[in-house]
Ligand binder design. Sequence first.
Ligand code: TXA
Ligand code: MG
Length: 314
Amino acid sequence: METVLTNDPVEAAEFIKSGGIVAFPTETVYGLGANVFDVQAVAKIFEAKRRPADNPLIAHISEIGQIATLATEVTENAEKFILSFFPGPLTIVLPKSDAVPYIATAGLDTIGVRMPGFELAQRFIAACGVPVVAPSANLSGRPSPTTWQAVAEDLDGRIDCILQGDPTGIGLESTVVDCTGELPLLLRQGAVSLIQLQAVVPETRSYEPSTSEQPKSPGLKHKHYSPTAKVVVLDHKFEISTLEHPAAFIGLNEKGERFQITRICGSTEEYAHSVFEFFRECDRRGIKTIYCETVDETGIGAALMDRLRRAAQR
Ligand code: TXA
Ligand code: MG
């Protein structure tokens, strides 16, 4: 299959309308989209990404009114989060409507819904005329793509089209909050922090999966965000006793060690924005070990530490 590159959201939307799959930029990471109501198109996403069938997708909307086609109910807590954070980097989980096929939700009776704040994403989704389900546009397990070139690296020849935009601003995936129960549950950390959610609904809690229970967010159990290189998360003491070369470093503070690639970020936001592309660059350059400096788990730092720890799991 030839993958068409375009920067025209209307041209990209034509592929969705004819049952194809299209990668598009958002403020978090690039997504790989299909018409949520088209079972065959949704199946193509799982095939192209080699995504396990038990990992549900997020439906992206361009207008609040579209939620009524996806969910049977907008719970009171969900309503509050929508008012405060839509459009933006927050996904809310709601009870799904019958119109949403189970392939999109991996068999769950719930659906994640997000309204991206990124203008090109909004224009693309609006031109599609339907909500667009989209996981991150990477091969399953790889770091999420923050540039269209990273999408092409993983998916060229496997998808119909890439809508080319600027590198994504935030660089980490959206916060996911389950609003189907009495108390909202934070399932995945992102740019909207637990404290910000609690400012709107104080009872919001972080979900701690127990080993016996079926995980609430199936995606959490899969291998994630991993470069081919080994990822090592450093503690605050900065001790790297034996460097495994060729090695790379990313963090906020200079280490005084000799690495093949060093990336010092000016802020935690910049670190979050750069980390997935840095992982990819390290792989391209044959790096064996990537040392990542620990940051404070406030604001985006919590989401960043979550991704670093997962990337370090083997
Ligand atoms: O920022 C983002 O969320 C990006 C952009 C493209 O919007 N998308 C993204 O999708 O990161 P993905 O598929 O890589 O991650 C979706 C996460 C997974 O952890 C999945 O388990 C969870 O959301 N999720 C989706 N639907 C769910 C549901 N109904 N219940 C619980 N968790 C759900
Ligand atoms: Mg993903």
